[in-house]
Design a binder for this molecule. Structure first.
Ligand code: GLC
Length: 569
């Protein structure tokens, strides 16, 4: 039996540094703030942090446009602050993984500044240059994927904003330079990396045009307007087609293997998590990435249903099993690019119950769970009505394209932009019922507005004193998981057929068997588990708040949206 690795057992928590904790009161999160909150995180019970980019950046994409891969953004602190943070996290047994953006740099990175300066400089081939745009490829963020540079009288390629030029990964010098940055952080002791947008690293060498009869803005708009199943299917097909030749191209597996060998120079403990859902990136289970996200679980129009989760698990676990018996799942329901869990899976009636169910899924399904900052207090999306206040440039671009190119009414354009912007799920963490939610001192302009619902109990300090608050629910469930090895290491066996209003499954190791039953409806359920042939069942957790008790497996009563977990003997 193979030993479980730390990253298989860990509960990850994603920090978006700009929005987590403002230590120096300038309206922007920083390392000093994060350092102060490490005890909070330790107490919550998380084991590892995924830190969204903390590198110097002109912030066209808020850190995902990196201008120096071995530095720290001055607004977040210094390299010494980073070292202290890492040291103090480790002292609390919290691991830290960084965000590694391989596909592109910032256009202000010294590599690009040199590359764009002439056709014959030493880095002229570090990016993807062409004499004339060879096709109609689009950038996912701002329309045309080819941008002109007069100094070279050529165009460069960018899958994201034009301020994010794509690196030419066919050039071995690019690899060497990037692997040097990777080694820099590994030597400092970081525990691994979350790999940004790996699917976009290579492009179709034949440069085949796409066949979608729309521009990016038109497609986004059509998606916003799609109502009928036919319309929705059509836009889904178009989304598939439009970037088909710019993503998932040959060469990625070799590259990921190479990166794996760089990590293996250190010890067998550093982890690679891919921002991709293709299990093929796990190679033979150990020679590429350690984890890729189960994004298909998130791809549901709210709310989550038990049959959706049940089907997802069947498909996902089978796909992983095909790769290797060791391929390990990785689940998440929210991140800095998507609507917040509390909002996304809500039904307008049982939102809090559904948010609790979402956590229960993360903590009881097989695989490494990733949570997103703020979900533990039930933070919601915050819509920014005024387009001038948007900070997410992809949304600004979309808004302007709607108004200027597609003649959309400005109010409607503002509404669409407010919905699509990622600003809504990146607002500052709400620490207290104080001005600015206690994120920054009163009177400070925070980089994004604080959701005013901090004053309605959506804040850490008040929830800490309320046993019924979301925060204490998170803490209780997380600590229950920590004390229940089967929920961490056990295999997953569905108990009843998919399709009912509840989900029931067993997580089992050789030593422990746990039955999880999750009621996805407001209706009470009376369930018979006597076919499982266990004689006793000890209650480990119930969201209905029952005290410790022995259960009768022939007749389990699940309350409305109850989360119910028993140990079987
Ligand atoms: C990834 C990141 C996203 C970023 C993009 C470009 O998808 O998660 O936030 O904008 O890559 O780097």
């Amino acid at each position: 039996m193979l030993e479980f690795k730390w990253w298989q057992k860990a509960l990850f928590y994603q920090i978006y540094p700009r929005s987590f904790a403002d230590g120096n009161g300038d309206g922007i999160g920083d390392f000093c703030g994060m350092l102060e909150k490490l005890d909070y995180l330790a107490d919550l019970g998380i084991d590892a942090i995924w830190l969204s980019p903390h590198f110097p950046s002109p912030n066209w994409d808020w850190g995902y446009d990196i201008s120096d891969y071995t530095g720290v953004a001055p607004e977040y602190g210094t390299l010494d602050d980073f070292r202290t943070f890492l040291h103090e996290a480790h002292a609390r047994s919290i691991r830290v993984i960084l965000d590694l953006v391989l596909n592109h740099t910032s256009d202000e990175h010294a590599w690009f500044v040199e590359s764009r300066s002439s056709r014959d400089n030493p880095k002229s081939d570090w990016y993807v240059w062409v004499d004339t745009p060879p096709n109609n490829w689009q950038s996912f963020f701002d329309g045309d994927a080819w941008t002109y540079v007069p100094e070279r009288d050529q165009y460069y390629y960018h899958f994201f904003m034009k301020q994010q030029p794509d690196l030419n990964w066919h050039n071995p010098q690019v690899k060497q330079a990037m692997w040097a940055a990777v080694r820099f952080w590994l030597e400092l002791g970081v525990d691994g990396f979350r790999l940004d947008a790996i699917g976009t690293i290579y492009e179709d060498p034949r440069q085949t045009p796409h066949t979608v009869p729309m521009t990016l803005a038109e497609l986004r708009h059509a998606t916003d307007l799609a109502q009928s199943p036919q319309e929705k299917q059509k836009v889904a097909e178009y989304w598939n087609e439009i970037f088909k030749h710019q993503t998932g191209q040959p060469g990625l597996h070799e590259l990921m293997k190479e990166l794996r060998t760089v990590l293996n120079e250190y010890d067998g403990e550093r982890v690679l998590v891919g921002e991709d859902d293709n299990p093929a990136f796990m190679g033979n289970g150990w020679d590429e990435l350690n984890l890729v996200f189960n994004f298909p679980l998130m791809r549901i129009e709210a709310p989550l249903t038990s049959s959706w989760v049940c089907d997802n698990q069947a498909t996902r676990l089978a796909a992983l099993e095909k790769i290797s018996p060791q391929a390990w799942p990785c689940n998440t329901l929210g991140n800095h690019d998507s609507s917040r869990v509390y909002t996304r899976y809500a039904d307008g009636v049982h939102d809090a119950e559904r948010a609790r169910l979402s956590l229960a899924l993360m903590l009881t399904l097989k695989g490494t769970p990733f949570l997103y900052y703020g979900e533990e207090i039930g933070m919601r999306d915050y819509l920014i009505a005024d387009p001038a206040q948007l900070r997410d440039t992809m949304a600004t671009w979309y808004h302007d394209a709607l108004v200027n190119d597609l003649d959309v009414d400005p109010l409607e354009a503002a509404r669409h932009a407010a919905q699509m912007t990622r600003d809504k799920n990146r607002t500052p963490m709400q620490w207290a019922n104080l001005p600015n939610g206690g994120f920054s001192p009163a009177g400070t302009q925070t980089w994004l507005p604080v959701n005013p619902n901090y004053a309605q109990g959506i804040n850490v300090t008040e929830q800490q004193h309320d046993p019924n608050a979301m925060l204490n629910f998170y803490r209780r469930m997380i600590h229950m998981r920590r004390a229940t090895p089967a929920l961490i290491e056990g295999d997953y066996q569905p108990v009843h057929e998919c399709g009912s209003e509840y989900l029931a499954f067993i997580r089992a190791t050789a030593e422990q068997r746990v039955l999880v039953a999750l009621n996805f409806s407001e209706k009470q359920q009376v369930l018979d588990f006597s076919q499982l042939r266990y004689t006793t069942a000890d209650l480990l957790f119930s969201s209905a708040g029952h005290a410790h008790r022995q259960e009768n497996l022939k007749e389990i009563h699940l309350g409305s949206f109850e989360i119910y977990i028993v140990e079987l003997h």
